[in-house]
Design a protein around this ligand. Structure first.
Ligand code: ZN
Length: 150
């Protein structure tokens, strides 16, 4: 497949997640770790909720408003991370951030549809849009870990 076709495929995956977001909508359950983040430069406003049972992220929900990159990335993140062990989720998260920064990343690691955001490395202005959901996930995991260790 030529790079041009790959770009088209990636754009289709992004638009599909934007139009048909997975795991969208928050639930009123206090056992979920919840993080709200904003990206003022673009107007993205996103809340992410995760549930952790026996060190597995059993549920990921998101809700908010923003551009197609940030909203689709939230859907992709939720689908990619749901069901992952915490330690694996952290590896995927780190790999994703390296990928969208244009740094070397582990191409063998499971990334799900998140792999389609590698083109963001060519558009640094969209970096915050592509990472807001993942940064919210990172903070939610951090809150979990802090509570777990106390
Ligand atoms: Zn944005």
């Amino acid at each position: 497949m030529s790079y041009g076709n790959l770009e088209t495929l990636y754009r289709q995956v992004i638009m599909d997640h934007y139009k048909n977001p997975r795991n969208k909508g928050l639930i009123g359950d206090e056992t979920y770790y919840k993080v709200h983040l904003k990206n003022p430069t673009c107007g993205d406003d996103l809340t992410v909720q995760i549930k952790v049972v026996d060190n597995i992220i059993t549920d990921v929900f998101h809700d908010g408003t923003g551009c197609s990159i940030s909203m689709s990335a939230a859907s992709v993140m939720s689908e990619t991370i749901k069901g992952q062990k915490l330690e694996d989720a952290k590896k995927i998260l780190k790999n994703y951030l390296q990928m969208v920064k244009g740094e070397a990343f582990d191409e063998e690691l499971f990334m799900g549809d998140a792999i389609v955001y590698q083109g963001v490395a060519n558009f640094p202005a969209r970096f915050k849009c592509a990472t807001i959901a993942w940064k919210a996930l990172d903070k939610a995991i951090f809150i979990h870990d802090e509570e777990d260790n106390s």
